[in-house]
Design a binder for this molecule. Structure first.
Ligand SMILES: NC(=O)C1=CN([C@@H]2O[C@H](COP(=O)(O)OP(=O)(O)OC[C@H]3O[C@@H](n4cnc5c(N)ncnc54)[C@H](OP(=O)(O)O)[C@@H]3O)[C@@H](O)[C@H]2O)C=CC1
Ligand SMILES: CC(=O)N[C@@H](CCC(=O)OP(=O)(O)O)C(=O)O
Length: 342
């Protein structure tokens, strides 16, 4: 069964990555491609790496241009997708890459994003406890933020097994494409090249409530999250270091057993052999998540390192994986664990 898909936000980074993946998806026909100020221009001028689609003209993002598709991907800025989604019929599968439908608590939405809460949708991170079942057959998907993808997968098994206190620290080094194509002085090459800088420090980043929601769900009790993102001079990739105080005398073998049990059957989560540490270069362009666990016995802490590509597993790959589940295709269709290296 071939499905016809549309991508709103096709000129952006997330839209471009979606199209890169969907071009090789065997069950997909690519329909409307839309944007805002770029409407009327050729996709090839924005996404020169997508050669087969170079001649496509971007349409305006309206309910009319998005009508007549089986699946609509919304790769729009936060706060815009809910409005567009509300105009699409209940039979269309809508996969939202923005934050509009991720959070359960309206007060969290108001505090971290502002405006009216549009309601929560099934969350597009099937590897979290209980998430996959909600994605099967759904017509609405909220794709996770890139940081909560890596950090939640890094800590959920330990919290679910009661190995650590519900008080975690996450530091994540990210490439610049996480910020989208926006023209901001701190994203200029001359600012980013040769420098790494923290931002959203001390509980200021809007992914904090998304982490807390995911990890509290895994733990079955409230989890406190201290999250620090760090911008690094690389175009894509996220390397997450997640730590938490161990409960009692837990050794590394016990931790490995818990993570092996959680992820052995997962097609896109790879616990590396002991002694190997994840690096962003190994997951570039792939939907793979590489993890390694360690026990810092002197500090009494669990340390988990996780590598993902923010544009693939961190957004567009997660979106395609969720679409596959929603439509009943094999979950890994059109996705790969193979990276681009060096
Ligand atoms: N980049 C990443 O790593 C990740 C991104 N996401 C989410 O994906 C979404 C897209 O992000 P990203 O691709 O990085 O951002 P970009 O800034 O690169 O792209 C934004 C896209 O949205 C279009 N757009 C902007 N404003 C409007 C509007 N009012 N109506 C319709 N279209 C509009 C732009 O079109 P035009 O060219 O005309 O301006 C462009 O196609 C965001 O919600 C982001 O948070 C989620 C996880 C990771
Ligand atoms: C480098 C950079 O700026 N990264 C972005 C991450 C964006 C993301 O993951 O997605 P959502 O905006 O969809 O939540 C940030 O920190 O805001």
């Amino acid at each position: 069964m071939t499905v016809k898909i549309a991508v709103a936000g096709a000129s952006g980074y997330a839209g471009g990555e979606l199209l890169r993946l969907l071009l090789t998806h065997p069950e997909v026909e690519i329909g409307a491609l839309t944007a805002a100020s770029s409407a009327g221009t050729l996709l090839g001028t924005h996404q020169p790496h997508l050669a087969p689609l170079a001649g496509r003209v971007l349409a305006e993002t309206t309910a009319e241009t998005l009508a007549g598709h089986d699946v609509v991907f919304l790769a729009l800025p936060h706060g815009h997708s809910a409005e567009v989604a509300a105009q699409l019929g209940p039979d269309v599968l809508v996969v939202d890459l923005a934050a509009d439908h991720r959070l359960a608590n309206p007060a969290d939405w108001q505090r971290w994003y502002g405006g009216e809460h549009a309601g929560q949708w099934p969350y597009g991170l099937p590897e979290l406890p209980g998430a996959r079942e909600k994605l099967v057959g759904t017509k609405r998907v909220a794709v996770p933020g890139c940081f909560p993808t890596g950090g939640s997968l890094a800590l959920a098994p330990a919290l679910a097994a009661g190995l650590v206190e519900p008080d975690v620290t996450v530091v994540a080094v990210t490439g610049t494409s996480g910020a989208g194509k926006s023209l901001k002085p701190n994203l200029l090459g001359s600012e980013v090249m040769g420098s790494a800088s923290a931002y959203g420090v001390a509980g200021k980043h809007r992914h904090t409530p998304e982490f807390a929601q995911n990890l509290s769900g895994a733990a079955g009790k409230p989890v406190t999250v201290s999250f620090t993102p760090v911008l690094a001079p690389m175009p894509r990739g996220i390397l997450t270091t997640a730590t938490a105080p161990l409960i009692g005398d837990v050794d590394e073998n016990t931790v490995r057993e818990v993570y092996e049990k959680a992820y052995d059957a997962e097609p896109f989560v790879q616990l590396l052999p002991a002694g190997m540490w994840p690096a962003t270069a190994s997951t570039l362009g792939s939907n793979n998540v590489q993890l390694q666990v360690g026990v810092d016995a002197d500090a009494g802490r669990l340390v988990v390192i996780c590598s993902i590509d923010n544009l693939t597993k961190g957004t567009a790959g997660g979106a395609v994986q969720s679409m596959n589940l929603a439509l009943g295709f094999p979950e890994a269709t059109g996705l790969s664990t193979v990276g681009v290296a060096p």
